[in-house]
Structures are given as C-alpha cells and as structure tokens.
Design a protein around this ligand. Structure first.
Ligand code: NAD
Length: 313
C-alpha cells in the first residue's frame, strides 16, 4: 500500500506559467486582449468567466466579458474577428448545443481561437500535426483542458525528459474516463501521439489509442476493444477521470499501487481513500486550464503581430 501520496494542487502547477506570462507581458509592455462571449445562463460558465477575469487581471491580460443574446452571437464573433484590438476570442458553451455549437466554434478566426476548437486545430491534434504553417514557425493551438492535463503530467514527471520530444510517454499506460469531443477524445489522442498506450473509456465502451513506433511523429490509431474498466484500470500507471456526475466514483480497489490519479471533472470522481493507493493525486485542473488559455492568447497575440509586420514590410 502506498503510504506517502502527494496531493498536487492545480494552483501550484499554474503558478510558474502565470509568473512567466506576467513577466512576459510586463517586460514587453504589451496588453493582449481576450474577449469572452457569454450567451447562456449556465452558473458554471459564469463562474469560469469570473475566474478568468480574476486571473487575467493578475497577469496583465485585458479580459472583456460580453454578454450577448445567442441569436446575435455569430455576428458578434465576426465583429471581434475583424477587430485588430482583440487578440483572442472564447465562447462559453453550450449555447445552442450540438451541431450549431460546432458551427459557432468554426466561426472564430483561427488566429484568435484561444480555445483551439476550430476545425483546423482539432484536425491537427487528431493527425499529430504540430504546426499551423509549412515553415513550422507557428505552433498549433491546443484545447485548454487537454493541454492543462499534459502540463500537469510534465510537472509531475510522467513525461520522461530523457526520451526525444514526441515520444516522452513511451512505456506509459494511461486510462482516460471521458471521451467528449472537448476534453477526453483530444486528450487520449495527444497522450498516444506522445507515445502512451491509452485506454479511452466512455459510457458505451473502451477504445485503445496507440501510436506506431519509430522516430518520425506519427498519428495514433484507435480500435474498439472488448475489455472492461475492471481490466484496464489495474494496468494503468495514470488514471484521468472526467465524469460529470457526483454519483460516479471510481473504486480505489481497482487502482494499481503508486498510480497517478488526476480528476478534471467538476465532481470528485475518485473515492475518498484514493490516496491509500495513489502516489500522486491531482484533485482538479481548472487553474491550469485558465493559465493555458492565457498562454494560448499570448501565442496568438504574437502570431497576429508577426503577420501584420510581414504584410507591412
Ligand atoms: P460531456 O458530458 O461532454 O462528456 C462526459 C464524458 O464522460 C462522455 O465521454 C461520457 O461517455 C463519459 N461518461 C459519463 N458517464 C460515464 C460512466 N459512468 N463511465 C464512463 N464514462 C462516462 O462532459 P465534458 O464537457 O467532457 O465535461 C466533463 C467534466 O469535465 C465536467 O464535470 C466538466 O465540468 C469538466 N470539465 C469540462 C471542460 C470543458 O471544457 N468542457 C473543461 C474542464 C473540465
């Protein structure tokens, strides 16, 4: 039994990113601007917006929350796309739900898409394409929550820095319980693109994400497998949960001794005694997600600036 589990808080992981962003903004005397569109009455969205406003104020990002009627949202996004003073755009989903929200995600200009939800960025995650341009000068924007989980795994040393970039999860077995298009599926893809063997679990079953071996970065492959949660969790070095119901509790008895346990759901998905088995427990990731939002914003700010310079020269 593991006797010395360490709890790693998201505030701890996010601190170095936030300090770096703050320093960067101050030294370069820039003021990147992020616009958030709120078109629903969801209390969770309101809370996330308040949290984003607080973090941005601390780091020097200009954050403006625009409350809009959902019927006007597309037009307001287009206006923000055309406004050179706006560097990043985010929308608090769900707005209409389903395919109409997917349409809205593609209305945001890719040069302002801080959440990495437009088709090009999503496609690039699934195909292990890491740059936006052929010259490989502009890295792709990665969706904030999957990126936050990757940064947490780097922070706690699950990524092996001795191995080459793109293969640093080689040898790791990871279970992700959630396969939503926003978090779980891109996360499983990214982890397998970095060399891990990933069991991706949802209500309908389990898929195995793996990447071919070799030096060149390759996209992962996915197969449906006939195994149960009880089979895959005990084999996993890392278990990541994101089930949005308070009733869901992953039995501690399934976890391997010394496992790394990470929960990104707003509900606690591990049982209270998770630390009796885990070596590292990360109860939430939200603060790292907001830091990634700001990191993406700075990146897009610089891309816009560089492109304008190129066009005017
Ligand atoms: P979602 O409803 O779109 O997806 C939930 C996923 O969990 C689905 O893949 C579903 O099949 C799976 N699931 C549900 N019950 C399950 C069960 N019993 N066993 C196995 N899998 C099960 O939700 P989401 O947007 O991915 O959010 C999930 C949680 O993560 C929420 O608590 C949310 O607040 C939090 N979160 C969401 C975001 C975001 O950007 N959407 C970001 C950070 C955290």
């Amino acid at each position: 039994m593991s006797t010395s589990c360490k709890t790693v808080l998201a505030s701890r992981v996010s601190a170095s990113f936030r300090d770096q962003i703050h320093k960067d903004i101050q030294e370069r005397q820039i003021c990147p601007k992020l616009v958030g569109f709120l078109a629903n009455e969801d209390p969770a969205a309101k809370k996330y917006a308040e949290w984003t406003a607080k973090t941005c104020a601390e780091t020097g990002v200009a954050f403006e929350l625009r409350k809009v009627d959902k019927q006007d949202l597309e037009e307001k996004i287009t206006e923000a796309n055309d406004d050179k003073d706006v560097n990043g755009i985010m929308v608090y989903y769900p707005v209409f739900g389903g395919k109409q929200d997917a349409y809205l995600q593609n209305c945001v200009s890719e040069l302002k898409d801080v959440e990495g939800l437009c088709h090009k960025f999503v496609h690039n995650v699934y195909h292990n394409v890491r740059y936006m341009d052929e010259e490989e000068t502009m890295k792709c924007i990665i969706p904030c929550t999957p990126l936050a989980v990757v940064k947490i795994l780097e922070y706690i040393g699950v990524y092996n820095s001795v191995l080459p970039y793109g293969n640093r999860l080689y040898g790791r077995t990871i279970t992700v319980i959630n396969r939503s298009e926003i978090v779980g599926r891109p996360l499983a893809a990214m982890l397998s693109n970095d060399g891990a063997k990933v069991y991706s679990v949802d209500v309908n079953g389990i898929q195995l994400f793996t990447r071919g071996s070799g030096i060149k970065l390759k996209a992962h492959k996915v197969e449906d497998i006939d195994e149960k949660l009880e089979d895959v969790v005990p084999k996993s070095d890392v278990v990541i949960t994101g089930v949005p119901t308070p009733k869901y509790k992953l039995p501690t008895s399934l976890l391997k001794d010394g496992v790394v346990a990470i929960n990104f759901s707003s509900c606690a998905n591990f049982e209270d005694d998770v630390k009796s088995r885990a070596s590292i427990f990360v109860p939430s990731v939200g603060k790292v997600t907001v830091a990634m939002l700001e990191r993406n914003l700075l990146r897009l700010h610089d891309y816009q600036h560089n492109l304008r310079e190129k066009q005017s020269s």
